[in-house]
Write a new protein. Structure first.
Length: 315
């Protein structure tokens, strides 16, 4: 299959306009594309327009808004096939239920051009399960973002033996060159891909520390924000520990600190998310909110993300 030059893409479809779909819509609009959005909810259009309006300032500060970008270059459909018609690329973000995915794929596939690529934002379903909803599975790839997609650069790309390898190569070019994202290739399919597994591992131990009375919810969060989180914003764990060798290499670091890590790992917990545990964590989050509402906290997150990314761009 021959796909169009990723840099020439000027229109895309967004199928499913919840929080993730709305965030993708904001990014695509900022990059100068027109966007066709499908969502069956009567509130979908209002929600997406409000989301785009709120996101535009952050996108502008990040330098993501192209000269020809128009936040109103978006149309809305309650017919999935109409939203998918006459677009070379679709970002699908419908709910994480396989029957919903298959139903939507069945609606849009007859309307697709042969070269149209479908990228699913799925975080929990296997790509082979989703491909079963398509007559031509070669056009479906996983393009999993890290929330919120309009701000966080990461996109995890994955295909399998049924996927056209050229579709993955095309998606890499589209996201990196056309959308200013950073992509990684997931080489083997595992539940939750890569980034979500990493954050799940951290959260598991964060919950364990709270339930064991080692620290409060607020102080565990502070430990991440004012400690390793700062380093992780600029380098990954392997390279950071490599630097911890003082220039003597990872082999020396592991030789010196490996026994300590083995002891730490052995002491880490596997907490159960029981109702009692959920209440403890939820109460801690309410204390940490300190009277701020959801909108204020979201705005704070986005403002700080923009500041961090503007400070690390190009590094």
């Amino acid at each position: 299959m021959t796909y169009p030059d990723p840099n020439t893409i000027d229109r895309v479809g967004v199928i499913g306009a919840g929080t993730i779909g709305a965030s993708w819509t904001a990014l695509f609009l900022a990059r100068g594309m027109t966007v066709k959005v499908f969502d069956p909810s009567p509130e979908g259009e209002t929600m997406v327009r409000d989301y785009v309006a709120n996101a535009w300032d952050s996108l502008t500060k990040l330098g993501q808004v192209a000269e020809n970008a128009d936040p109103d270059a978006v149309s809305f459909y309650t017919d999935a096939a109409e939203a998918a018609r006459d677009v070379p690329f679709i970002q699908e973000s419908v709910p994480e239920k396989i029957e919903i995915k298959h139903d939507v794929y069945g609606q849009i596939e007859p309307a697709l051009a042969p070269e149209t690529i479908i990228a699913t934002s799925s975080s929990g379903l296997l790509i082979k399960e989703m491909q079963a909803g398509l007559k031509d599975p070669s056009r479906l790839i996983l393009a999993h973002p890290f929330n919120p997609p309009h701000l966080i650069p990461l996109v995890e790309l994955l295909g399998n033996e049924k996927t056209d390898p050229a579709a993955l190569d095309w998606a890499e070019g589209f996201f990196e060159d056309r959308c200013n994202k950073q992509t990684i290739r997931v080489l083997k399919e595992v539940p939750a891909h890569v980034a979500n597994r990493l954050q799940a591992a951290l959260w598991r131990e964060a919950i364990h520390l709270v339930l064991e009375g080692v620290a409060s919810v607020e102080d565990v969060d502070k430990a991440v924000v004012h400690g390793p989180g700062l380093r992780w914003a600029v380098m990954g764990p392997h390279m950071l520990f490599n630097l911890g060798s003082g220039g003597k290499g990872m082999e020396m670091f592991i030789e010196r600190f490996g026994p300590s890590f083995k002891t730490w790992w052995a002491s880490m917990g596997s907490p159960e998310l029981t109702p009692e545990a959920a209440k403890i964590i939820a109460d801690g989050c309410r204390d940490e909110e300190a009277g701020r509402d959801f909108q204020e906290l979201t705005a704070e997150r986005d403002r700080k993300l923009v500041a961090i990314m503007n400070g690390t761009q190009g590094n």
